[in-house]
Design a protein around this ligand. Structure first.
Ligand SMILES: Cc1cc2nc3c(=O)[nH]c(=O)nc-3n(C[C@H](O)[C@H](O)[C@H](O)COP(=O)(O)OP(=O)(O)OC[C@H]3O[C@@H](n4cnc5c(N)ncnc54)[C@H](O)[C@@H]3O)c2cc1C
Length: 506
């Protein structure tokens, strides 16, 4: 007999898990079907020879007391079992000959900036104020929506003026209205890598929200890594009668009479359901359902989507504590250029000697990740999917990991990041016990995100102004995750809550 669930959730990324946990807590019998063998999507880890590597997370925003994510983490059962480490300094940066450690306290940071750029004092204050206004408006907007207040589109600029202005502007234009010093602009923009587009293309509304979330409420790292968060949410699902099944890749969403009626996986598992929620993005969902079930207008929007950028990561397990080598930063942004748009272009061209990179030392934020006296480092740059003819594969992913061209190109690219890191950390290479390199293809393999995207679709001004709705033309088929809410782990969990509340009103 075919199985039945009240709700099937496709994908156990943080968004899918969170949606499932909320639905299960609301009394629905939920089954989550996940392609990989562990929960979390990008929020997972791997282990090698006593070193534990977080695949993705550097810093979680909104997580601390007073932060917007805090009540969600509470709902999801994360706060009961996962201690959160407040990161201070928040991060350090070099752009390119100017270096500073950024204190977690915003006033302290503001004072340091004013001391360094006295001529820009007014602009520093007005820019920080403008970003905080955006965050405040977004908070009001979210509370209004939750209370069922629907403000007509025409009245949005009156009711949420800072939000409306910022979401119609690029970060470059928004910032230029306040500060003009190139160095200072680069300092303010350093978190652009967390959003995947350079200042001229990036939505100012999104950037202001992310910046204030990190700088006002703090950046946090979960002890035990992002996998600890994923496991905690999985526990909540199980405790409320739900199930999470692994190595089940959904290949088909069945539709009858305009409603989703169930799903089918690559292993032949079929489950009928009253509700289907997908953590896979709209483009993938359209193919799983069949294009004939969607109106042209919807297909045109979905077809126009471009995945956000992917990344290249070098994971290092070291037999030395890098603090003893003089390296004390848990998160260090390195940019070779004040012009961050040029930096982005270099990345797109595969110039990994020049593209901005991040060096993250997890030993500072989560000391248990390395054996005694050792360290775990991550070297990361954004990276395009199509670099070197799709990383030497020509786009053929069958058995790509054994393809000698792929192996060579991947090793060479990783080496370029290592050479740059070594200049900052002399002796780094001699301390390496474990080294793994991940490419956009690795991202795809584990997440099935088109293009190995790490933030869903590109977070441009237009895309953030006109987001995809969690609702689809099929009323009981809903979407959650980065393609809907924007990238980032906090967003993913927020998106899970949103979709569950929509489901409650169906
Ligand atoms: C290296 C790296 C560093 C990052 N750093 C940070 C950071 O510091 N802070 C931050 O907030 N964010 C960071 N991010 C971004 C963040 O990880 C993602 O934006 C976020 O986790 C996306 O969550 P999601 O649930 O939308 O999707 P995903 O995590 O991609 O999850 C999607 C899930 O759905 C599953 N799935 C897809 N299709 C199917 C199918 N057909 N059948 C079954 N299962 C399916 C996938 O296997 C996957 O588990 C980083 C990402 C990377 C890669």
């Amino acid at each position: 007999m075919q199985e039945h669930a009240d709700a099937v959730v496709i994908g156990a990324g943080l968004a899918g898990l969170s949606a499932a946990a909320y639905l299960a807590k609301a009394g629905r019998r939920v089954v989550v079907l996940e392609h990989h063998s562990v929960p979390g999507g990008y929020a997972h880890e791997f282990k090698r020879r006593g070193y534990r590597f977080d695949v993705a997370l550097h810093a979680l925003d909104g997580a601390g007391p007073g932060g917007w994510l805090h009540p969600i983490l509470d709902d999801l059962g994360v706060l009961d079992t996962v201690p959160l480490n407040r990161l201070d300094p928040l991060y350090a940066l070099r752009v390119p000959d100017f270096e500073m450690a950024v204190p977690a306290d915003l006033n302290e940071y503001r004072n340091q900036l004013v001391a360094m750029f006295p001529a820009e004092q007014g602009g520093i204050d007005s820019l920080i104020g403008a970003m905080r206004d955006v965050a405040r408006d977004v908070g009001t907007y979210s509370r209004d929506r939750a209370a069922g207040v629907k403000v007509p589109q025409m009245e949005m600029p009156q009711r949420y003026p800072a939000m409306a202005t910022a979401f119609m502007s690029s970060w470059a234009d928004f910032m230029a209205a306040h500060v003009s010093d190139r160095q200072l602009q680069a300092v303010f923009s350093v978190l652009w890598g967390y959003l995947g587009l350079p200042p001229s293309q990036l939505s100012a509304g999104l950037y202001a929200m992310a910046w204030t979330s990190y700088h006002v409420n703090g950046g946090y790292y979960p002890i035990g890594g992002s996998q600890a968060i994923s496991r905690a949410i999985e526990r909540t699902i199980l405790d409320h009668g739900g199930e999470v099944r692994y190595r089940q890749t959904v290949t088909k969403i069945e539709v009858a009479d305009g409603r989703a009626v169930g799903v089918e996986t690559d292993r032949g598992l079929r489950i009928s359901a009253d509700l289907v929620v997908s953590n896979a993005g709209p483009g993938v969902v359209v193919e799983m359902v069949g294009r004939e079930h969607f109106p042209d207008e919807y297909l045109q929007r979905v077809d126009a989507d471009r995945p956000a950028v992917s990344n290249l990561v070098v994971y290092l397990g070291l037999n030395r504590d890098v603090a003893e080598m003089g390296w004390t930063h848990h998160e260090f942004f390195l940019s070779e250029d004040y012009d961050l748009d040029a930096d982005y272009e270099a990345m797109l061209a595969g110039d990994f000697d020049r593209a901005g990179m991040v060096i993250a030392d997890y030993t500072r934020s989560d000391p248990g990740c390395a054996p005694e006296g050792g360290s775990v480092l991550q070297l990361l740059t954004l990276a395009p999917w199509d670099y070197a003819n799709v990383w030497g594969t020509g786009g053929c992913l069958d058995g790509y990991r054994r393809n000698p061209d792929y192996r060579r190109i991947k090793a060479e690219a990783g080496e370029r990041l290592l050479v740059r890191a070594e200049k900052l950390l002399p002796g780094l290479r001699d301390a390496i016990e474990v080294m793994e390199v991940a490419t956009p293809l690795t991202n795809y393999r584990y997440s099935l995100q088109p293009g190995g995207s790490i933030y869903g679709r590109e977070q441009t001004v237009t895309n953030m102004l006109h987001r995809h709705s969690p609702k689809t033309p099929i009323s009981n088929l809903l979407l959650t995750g980065a393609w809907i809410s924007g990238g980032g782990m906090s967003s993913a969990m927020g998106s899970g809550r949103t979709v569950a509340s929509i489901a409650a009103s169906l």
